[in-house]
Design a protein around this ligand. Sequence first.
Ligand code: MG
Length: 254
Amino acid sequence: MITLKTPREMEKMKVSGQIVAEILQILKEQIRPGITTSDLNQIAEAEAKKRRARAVFKNYPHPRGSRPFPGAICTSVNEEVVHGIPGKRILREGDIISIDFGVMVDGFAGDAAITVPVGKVEPEVEKLIRVTEEALLKGIEQAQVGNRLGQISNAIQTYVEAAGFSVVRDYVGHGIGRSMHEDPPIPNYGQALRGPTLQRGMTLAIEPMVNLGTYSVYTKGDEWTVVTRDGKHSAHFEHSVAISDQGPLILTLV
Ligand code: MG
């Protein structure tokens, strides 16, 4: 069931979203060769605590009953697509890292992700990051009252494939609100004239995951980390967005 939010509820989601964006910005500024993914996780936890925000991914239940997610943030490096677990991994010059972060504040969730280069990266990888962020914005442009959900999905896929990359099929965006994951699922691929008609008050977490090579992915033995089947790089950007009569409102901005 898709829940519609009142203007007051949207304001609350803006507060949650802003906290997510602020903390992602702080993490981005810390990314450099030598820092570990666990260091980033500790910063995220401390910054969330300062803002009285609950980091929702911490102890998030595993969909198939395995151990809950241990980190406050997901840190996915290079060929890791999503749900990478923060730990001892040291970031090196030329790596890329995707950070996904979600909080709950005053009963409402915010969720966003960024991909950041560590120092200088290969031009092809730099392009992957740029195209993924641009694809997210192409999707957001379609988040208009009266459009079909498929227009978001189709805009993302069209943009990504025109640039020569592929869109992950197995993981999708989602509605967001009083819970982190609500209806509807939001694929980053598919036909435009599909899915529910978008209405004022819908709040959507749109999150393209884009691969340099094949879109095929699998989950590693830690039961969380999703990686590309061909070992090539993947990028991920996400914003939480509200649909209004004035057009799409990005909630996860500083
Ligand atoms: Mg999300």
